[in-house]
Ligand binder design. Structure first.
Ligand SMILES: [Zn+2]
Length: 125
């Protein structure tokens, strides 16, 4: 039985539910070979969630964008768990983009901060 939801091939042909995602399986034994070729999906792949990167950028760089990156990161593993690899990859890329954006803004902020300190200290002299 090939699961239509996640593409997992269940060894037990009489199984009612997919052993990978729990989705209900439909008994359509007459064209199993055809189904296997149509519903075949690539095996589970590792999708980087960038969670550590997101947390670090939140702490050291830009808090609001960092939090958005953490939220995206936490969704990556959830999407992988339910077999939505396209969504997982999308979330992973968004987490990476947000983390990088957070780093850039963090750096810009630090530069501005240094400039302001420099101006104020010169003005006070
Ligand atoms: Zn399944």
């Amino acid at each position: 039985m090939v699961c239509k939801a996640c593409g997992h091939i269940n060894q037990d042909n009489m199984a009612k539910f997919c052993s990978a995602c729990g989705n209900e399986l439909q008994q359509e034994s007459q064209n199993t070979v055809y189904q296997e070729s149509v519903y075949y999906q690539p095996p589970p792949q590792r999708v980087p969630n960038y969670l550590i990167f997101s947390i670090l950028t939140t702490v050291f760089c830009c808090l609001p964008i960092g939090i958005a990156a953490i939220i995206k990161s936490s969704q990556v593993d959830k999407k992988v768990a339910i077999g939505e690899y396209d969504e997982a990859i999308k979330m992973s890329q968004q987490a990476k983009t947000l983390s990088i954006l957070s780093v850039i803004l963090g750096v810009v902020f630090v530069i501005f901060y240094i400039i302001i300190i420099a101006i104020t200290s010169t003005a006070l002299r």
